[in-house]
Design a protein around this ligand. Structure first.
Ligand code: ADP
Length: 299
């Protein structure tokens, strides 16, 4: 809070007057702080694999010189670290592109049934390699809405990619599309045995909705982690994710894209019960509606 004081001319009765201005910088400060934290986190996340790479290079040039087995193992780790850096940079670029687009309402005709099927096809090889089945459960008719096609593919892809990553071998992942949901359905509870938390509230005035739910039979997520899942770089400690360490940006990207679409995101999960993420997307055409001020997601 900034306070400024300026003396004024004396009043008619000789009273001494001053003008006091109170300036509330809390919101500005919070946004600035978010940016600073983000930059610090991004640098840290990029530096970690880089430090590890430098360490291995030193080892390879040093005492691993005459040991082909060790060399091979270290090169494998180095490759994984380099790939992780690539994923981080891709995700960071995605996030900044999405933020730039957030003020422009999306305007393409998108069929979410097609999106769900395309994502399932694209991730089939990855699922097969991990011994996980992908089921797609969609209505016969298309689920049309106005949106950004590539961004909606990214939403379903990130959620399915996570579901696969955290699935046990032999498990199955389900992508379900439901069309024409009323606002109450978009807000109401579904599964009884899990904790349910809205991570982004949809613009209920813009219903009816199309819902895409991606569910898995993975380890589930403890309740205390749920509110933080869409924070940038937030990862649940000690969770097995196959052979790929995530970037912690996937769900932040999902949230920003849904925000641009006036959509919502709900997580339902409990340890041992698997996890389900549901994205709600209004069918109404954002371009035609009277544009309300954009909600700003700062996480
Ligand atoms: P990451 O790239 O690490 O997967 P995300 O932002 O996509 O980053 O997810 C954040 C964290 O949420 C993950 O690190 C993981 O701990 C948890 N998580 C996300 N999806 C699932 C899931 N389907 N099952 C269990 N945990 C999940």
């Amino acid at each position: 809070l900034r306070v400024a004081a300026r003396p004024l001319e004396p009043g008619p009765d000789g009273a001494r007057l001053a003008l006091l201005t109170f300036h509330d910088d809390t919101e500005l400060y919070r946004i600035e702080q978010t940016r600073v934290d983000f930059l610090a986190n991004a640098s840290h996340e990029l530096r970690t694999p880089l430090t590890s790479l430098r360490g291995f290079i030193e080892t390879l040039r040093g005492h691993a010189r005459g040991d082909p087995a060790a060399q091979d193992r270290f090169l494998g780790i180095m490759q994984a670290q380099a790939e992780r850096m690539s994923r981080l940079i891709d995700d960071l670029l995605s996030l900044s592109r999405i933020e730039l687009s957030e003020h422009v309402p999306p305007s393409e005709a998108v069929d979410l049934v097609e999106v769900a099927r395309d994502v399932a096809d694209a991730l089939a090889p990855q699922a097969k390699a991990r011994g996980v089945r992908i089921e797609v459960d969609t209505p016969e008719a298309p689920a049309q809405l106005t949106g950004d096609h590539d961004q909606l593919v990214q939403v379903v892809q990130n959620l399915t990619d996570n579901a696969l990553k955290y699935s046990p071998e032999g498990g199955s992942v389900r992508i379900a599309v439901e069309s024409g949901l009323a606002a109450e359905a978009a807000a109401g509870p579904r599964r009884k045995d899990a904790h349910r938390l809205p991570l982004l509230t949809p613009d209920l005035g813009k219903g009816p909705f199309v819902a895409v739910t991606v569910s898995d039979e993975g380890p589930g997520i403890a309740r205390e982690h749920l509110p933080r899942l869409t924070e940038r770089f937030y990862r649940v400690e000690g969770q097995k994710s196959g052979d790929r360490l995530g970037t912690g940006l996937g769900l932040a990207i999902v949230k920003h894209i849904l925000n641009r679409h006036y959509g919502g995101l709900v997580v339902e999960s409990a340890p041992g019960q698997g996890t389900a993420f549901t994205a709600y997307l209004p069918i109404s055409e954002p371009a035609e509606a009277e544009a309300p001020p954009r909600r700003i997601a700062t996480q």
